[in-house]
Write a protein of this length. Structure first.
Length: 220
């Protein structure tokens, strides 16, 4: 955890080399850019709204150990190539390659122009799974709101406040989010620090359930 006065002062992010970088493509889609992880300052590129929202959610998901966007170009056994939108390392040891598609695009081409089976075989060779997610997942309003809330809380929280709330939870076991500001003596800063701990995977919250004042905060 950085010991700077504010966690938002984390440089510009650690960069890696995606095999397809939409920031340098003249024919890139209208929504392109990069997202800096609040978890480890890694800079992830995206080339669609769906990919951006997927990165936002993965960045604060407790079950995710790490991820990379546009991670590699696979050579398929049908002679073609495929670049996954994201590679995910789960905390339980699994690895998943993910394609991000709007619902209507997947309805038009449910088998990705016949490439799904070759892609699955290429992933299996890497001891990994393959999955397709659509806007039913990455645009779910509760999941997206929660992820944005956690990222916002992390950016505005101070390292000392996170340490104080972590110490409180280690002594008390679990507290409703509404009680953390008073019990920690930090006021509103304690509220954000508790959510920041969740963004840093030190507390576990369910992104699929709306975060509210009765959400129980406990150290993972």
């Amino acid at each position: 955890m950085p010991d700077d006065s504010c966690l938002d002062e984390l440089a510009y992010g650690v960069r890696y080399d995606p095999v397809r970088d939409p920031r340098t493509r003249r024919n890139a889609r209208s929504i392109t850019g990069e997202l800096i992880s609040v978890r480890d300052s890694v800079c992830h590129v995206f080339e669609s709204l769906g990919e951006m929202r997927t990165a936002i959610i993965l960045d604060v998901s407790h079950d995710v150990a790490g991820f990379r966007t546009q991670p590699e170009r696979m050579h398929l056994d049908d002679g073609g190539t495929y670049t996954p939108d994201v590679q995910i390392w789960w905390r339980d040891g699994r690895v998943t390659y993910r394609e991000v598609k709007p619902d209507e695009k997947l309805i038009e081409k449910p088998d990705l122009d016949g490439r799904v089976d070759p892609i699955r075989r290429a992933c299996a060779e890497r001891s990994a799974d393959f999955e397709i997610v659509t806007d039913r997942w990455y645009s779910d309003p509760v999941r997206l709101r929660n992820a944005n809330l956690l990222r916002h809380a992390f950016r505005r929280s101070r390292a000392d406040d996170l340490a104080a709330v972590a110490d409180l939870l280690s002594r008390r076991g679990a507290l409703p989010l509404s009680e953390v500001p008073r019990e920690s003596g930090l006021g509103p800063a304690g509220h954000y620090a508790a959510l920041a701990l969740a963004a840093a995977r030190r507390c576990h919250v369910d992104l699929g359930m709306a975060i509210g004042f009765d959400t129980m905060m406990r150290l993972a």
